[in-house]
Design a protein around this ligand. Structure first.
Ligand code: GLN
Length: 231
């Protein structure tokens, strides 16, 4: 049983929980999604997801329960355990602040595509050792206990070319390739939109808003690998 922490900071958290369950289903592994609301929830997880949202709000909102600090401390204690940071989560990985060394060594600029209106969808090329897209689950995921229903963005899937990933960019940040000491994991033409540093994956888009579970499967596979090696 893999325990995957989901930092309940702000943003598309429930979609990530659904995506993790879907990915576990596709891989035939058991997963417990640990909704991390307080610092102590983080300490024993095998992997962590830092969702999108508004990174400034996330930093401020987490001060009270020190969830973000606890997440960073967990990453420092377990540098081999995998982390998926999406959009604002990628900003937190690349620029954790408070004098901390970045967890993914790349420059990042917030809101660098422009305003909300400049949010867009595009087919992203994935360069990551992970199985290809599988679109087994195209039904709308069920509502959670907050009556919140994750989006099943099927229309995008149809528009994606070949093995492309349906990239949803919402007030997305941009990586600075001039300040990059890790590998590209996803590209949009010339633009690097995903980077991988060890087992930390930072994406400027929102894979949880699609039905393609590739990145969530990658996270679970990495977690299983690490766990298998240590137990
Ligand atoms: N614009 C947000 C920020 O700077 C990120 C947007 C997102 O996570 N979708 O934190």
């Amino acid at each position: 049983m893999l325990r995957v922490g989901l930092a309940m900071l702000q943003g598309a958290r429930h979609e990530h929980a659904e995506a993790l369950r879907g990915a576990a289903n596709e891989l035939g592994v058991e997963v417990e999604v640990v909704e991390c609301r307080r610092a102590e929830h983080v300490h024993d997880v095998d992997a962590l997801v830092l969702p999108g949202g508004e990174s400034t709000t996330m930093r401020i909102a987490s001060q009270h329960e020190s969830l973000l600090e606890a997440s960073f401390a967990w990453m420092e204690q377990h540098p081999d355990r995998p982390v998926l940071g999406t959009c604002a989560g990628a900003i937190l990985l690349a620029a954790p602040g408070n004098g901390r060394e970045p967890f993914v060594r790349v420059g990042i600029q917030r809101n660098a595509w422009g305003r909300q209106k400049q949010s867009f969808e595009a087919s992203v090329e994935v360069n990551l050792a992970t199985p290809k897209a599988s679109f087994m689950e195209v039904d709308a995921p069920p509502r959670d206990r907050f009556q919140h229903q994750p989006l099943a963005v099927q229309s995008q899937v149809e528009r994606v070319i070949g093995d492309g990933f349906p990239g949803v960019f919402i007030r997305a940040p941009r990586f600075d390739p001039a300040v990059m000491d890790c590998l590209p994991a996803a590209t949009l033409g010339e633009e690097i939109v995903g980077v991988i540093d060890g087992r930390k994956l930072a994406l400027t888009f929102h894979p949880e808003l699609t039905v393609d579970r590739r990145f969530h499967r990658w996270l679970l596979e990495q977690a299983a690998d690490v766990k298998g090696a240590t137990s």
